[in-house]
Design a protein around this ligand. Structure first.
Ligand code: 13P
Length: 276
């Protein structure tokens, strides 16, 4: 089954509204008319409304970097799925390792007590995922192991466990519409991407986990991205792997030229694959 790759830019805590609009204005002409690839940008919440306005009529989708599970209520600082739909979001990133308090760069690790401010757990990811689906947002669910987990031979177990726990009580037909992102924590923001064959292998572990829980049709329909130091140089290698259906891009998505090159590489791969 052909899966359309999704390249999503996770801008994280970067860009004022003005800077966000400059970036989008640079991106739109560069990405106009590209076939075989779906593109999304996930600006900070403060810029969602204006970026949505700027994207009107373009094929670039809008995503949020997080979402809360309740529709409304006394949840200071949180944003609900209806609020995100209201400002034009189609996607919501859920359970990013930074929101789980798991950081790849040791010098940026917060002390464990402070890191709890991010707070996501498998249980909260599951609630957010179900709320996003209920309100028609496409969840981009992030999973991935830390370096100590990898060194202890626990990468596959960690990732499979996060997938299973995130999907608790989710029906098979809904799972097909979810996007997963395999983001090894040690590769995020470090400039050290996972080797393409290894990224493909772990992505395959995620698909096998989906297969065992929901069957082959669902597993083959689900898109699984890779994320972690994706750039314009390694994109082709990573994105031509058979299990990898796009990328969740951090640092390189903050620059129109770099992000466009990643999208273009994906479009070329999609075209080549069609020819085969
Ligand atoms: P970098 O591309 O900066 O490594 O970030 C990856 C990421 O965390 C995307 O969600």
């Amino acid at each position: 089954m052909a899966r359309t790759p999704l390249i999503a830019g996770n801008w994280k805590m970067n860009k004022t509204v003005h800077e966000a609009l400059v970036l989008v204005a640079e991106l739109m002409p560069r990405l106009h008319g590209l076939a075989g690839v779906e593109v999304a940008v996930c600006p900070p919440a403060t810029a969602l409304t204006e970026v949505n306005r700027a994207l009107a009529g373009s094929a670039i989708g809008l995503g949020a970097q997080d979402v809360f599970w309740a529709d409304s209520g006394a949840f200071t600082g949180m944003l609900s799925p209806p609020m995100l739909r209201d400002v034009g979001c189609k996607y919501a990133i859920i359970g990013h390792s930074e929101r789980r308090g798991r950081f790849g760069k040791p010098d940026e690790c917060l002390n464990p007590d402070a890191a709890r401010v991010f707070g996501d757990t498998d249980a909260s990811v599951n609630l957010k995922l179900k709320a996003a689906l209920k309100h028609g947002l496409v969840p981009i669910v992030c999973v991935g192991e830390t370096l100590p987990e990898r060194d202890d031979g626990l990468a596959d177990k960690t990732v499979a466990g996060q997938v299973r726990a995130g999907l608790a009580d989710v029906a098979g037909e809904a799972v097909a519409g979810i996007v997963f992102a395999y983001e090894p924590v040690w590769a995020i923001g470090t400039g050290r991407a996972c080797d393409a064959p290894e990224a493909n292998r772990v992505t395959g572990v995620i698909r096998k986990t989906l297969h065992d829980a929901f069957g082959s049709e669902v597993a083959q329909a689900v898109r699984i991205q890779y994320g972690g130091s994706v750039n314009e140089r390694n994109a082709h290698d990573l994105l031509s792997q058979p299990e990898i259906d796009g990328a969740l891009v951090g640092g390189a998505s903050l620059d129109a030229s770099r992000f466009s090159q990643i999208v273009q590489a994906t479009s070329v791969i999609a075209k080549d694959t069609r020819k085969d």
